[in-house]
Design a protein around this ligand. Structure first.
Ligand code: FES
Ligand SMILES: [Fe+2]
Length: 423
């Protein structure tokens, strides 16, 4: 396999290089998962980089809104589509006395009335109405709207940036990722399902578990191991890896010899009735352009063993493109030993009851697999706190983890240097 080229990246503070020692050796100081100092640097970074937070299909009509939390920044964000169909983001806090303005997580109508004293705001953040307004002679209504958050979209994915002083555009932040995936048909897979949970582990451990398939044979022996691990590629080495500035991708293989088990009739029925997320092989390699398999940027080396392409965007966002649909993960830091993980699965619209059943089966299989990951992470965090080991060691087949750690290290050092310079 060709060695991926390492490139500089820019998180809005000037060009940085991924940490050279980590890239060379795969050794990472274990304290990055446990120390409060590192967590503070990451808190600072989450306050100024572009964060994927939602999808534009969640608020399709004028006036539709959703609320999402960025707990590491103690922030709640309202995302609302205006009458002009533009999606805007605002801090979910009232201009009167700082009450959380919206307590539900979604709604329609584009108007927000504060539960405390009923000040009212609209979809462009303007303050519309103050009950008993005569008692507020010092309020400048024009200047008392909602506090805006920078917001932009790419391919139907909504990103926010909490730094209103920041100047880096989303396109610049995503850089080579947007060049690679022009016109990829995300919208062809409109049927969605969402899962999520709190995990008592560092958010980077949770990301890493989704960034390498080395663990599949051991940790997923009871679920998906046989679908991925093959005679020729027993440790599920990636087919192809690219470093894309602060981001990265690889093509994940499948087991071409995987056979449906006659003992697992429900599974066999399901696999025959819908494209599955994991095995992704029902002879559909020559599918048309509006599917992922037909797009030239997907499966870039055109491998017959291809299962899915995985993109890991700094800091906290992963998406996979497969024959059967696509899915995403977001990992939200809460404390150095706690994070919130959410995943959204996208399938083609089911055309029949059998198809619907098969999709649900696929979801359940994915959920079970992810639970194996998430339960392991808690065990990992618990013993990491002991201080008995000083480093973690990534192998060559864990290249995405290594690159992510090297970018994180450079970004954390940069954040620390900026903080010291500002003091
Ligand atoms: S705090 Fe919102 S109306 Fe009073
Ligand atoms: Fe896993």
């Amino acid at each position: 396999m060709e060695k991926p080229v390492l490139r500089p990246f820019d998180l809005g503070t000037g060009p940085l290089m991924p940490d050279a020692f980590i890239m060379e050796t795969g050794k990472v100081d274990l304290s990055v998962y446990t120390s409060q100092e590192r967590f503070e640097a990451e808190r600072e970074i989450f306050g100024r980089v572009w964060l994927n937070i939602a999808e534009s299909s969640e608020i399709p009509n004028a006036g539709d809104w959703i609320v999402r939390d960025v707990k590491v920044r103690s922030s709640s964000i309202i995302l609302v589509r205006g009458k002009d169909m533009v999606i805007r983001a605002f801090h979910n806090i009232c201009a009167h006395r700082g009450m959380k303005l919206v307590w539900d997580d979604k709604g329609r109508g584009g108007k927000f009335s504060c539960p405390y004293h009923a000040w009212m705001f609209d979809s462009v953040g303007a303050l519309l109405h103050i009950p008993d307004e005569g008692c507020f002679p010092h309020v400048d209504k024009q200047a008392s709207g909602l506090t805006p958050v920078r917001c932009d979209t790419w391919e139907g994915m909504i990103f926010v940036n909490l730094d209103m002083q920041g100047t880096q555009s989303l396109a610049d932040y995503l850089g080579p990722v947007t060049e690679r995936l022009k016109g990829v048909p995300f919208a062809s897979y409109p049927y969605t399902a969402r899962v999520g949970s709190l995990i008592n582990a560092n958010w980077k451990l949770a990301i890493e578990a989704q960034c390498e398939a080395y663990h599949v044979r051991a940790l997923h022996a009871r679920t998906v191991s046989k679908m991925l691990s093959s005679t020729d590629n027993p440790f599920v080495h990636p087919l192809h890896t690219e470093f894309l500035g602060a981001h990265r991708m690889n093509s994940v293989p499948r087991n071409p010899d995987y056979e449906l088990s006659p003992e697992k009739l429900v599974q066999a029925f399901s696999f025959m009735n819908a494209q599955q997320m994991v095995i992704a092989d029902t002879g559909a390699q020559d599918k048309p352009e509006e599917t992922f398999a037909g797009h030239s940027d997907v499966n870039p080396i055109r491998s017959n063993l291809w299962g899915n392409d995985q993109y890991v965007l700094y800091p906290h966002f992963i998406f996979h493109l497969s024959l059967g649909g696509w899915w995403l993960h977001r990992f939200w830091p809460i404390a150095s030993d706690k994070c919130y993980w959410e995943a959204v699965y996208h399938f083609e619209q089911p055309q029949s009851l059998r198809n619907q059943f098969a999709v649900q089966y696929s979801l359940a299989l994915n959920r079970d697999t992810l639970m194996e990951d998430n339960l392991a992470l808690v065990q990992q965090q618990e013993v990491m706190e002991s201080g008995a080991k000083k480093i973690v060691q990534f192998g060559e087949q864990e290249a995405l983890c290594k690159h992510l750690a090297a970018v994180s290290e450079a970004a954390a050092n940069d954040a620390q240097a900026l903080r010291i310079a500002a003091e």
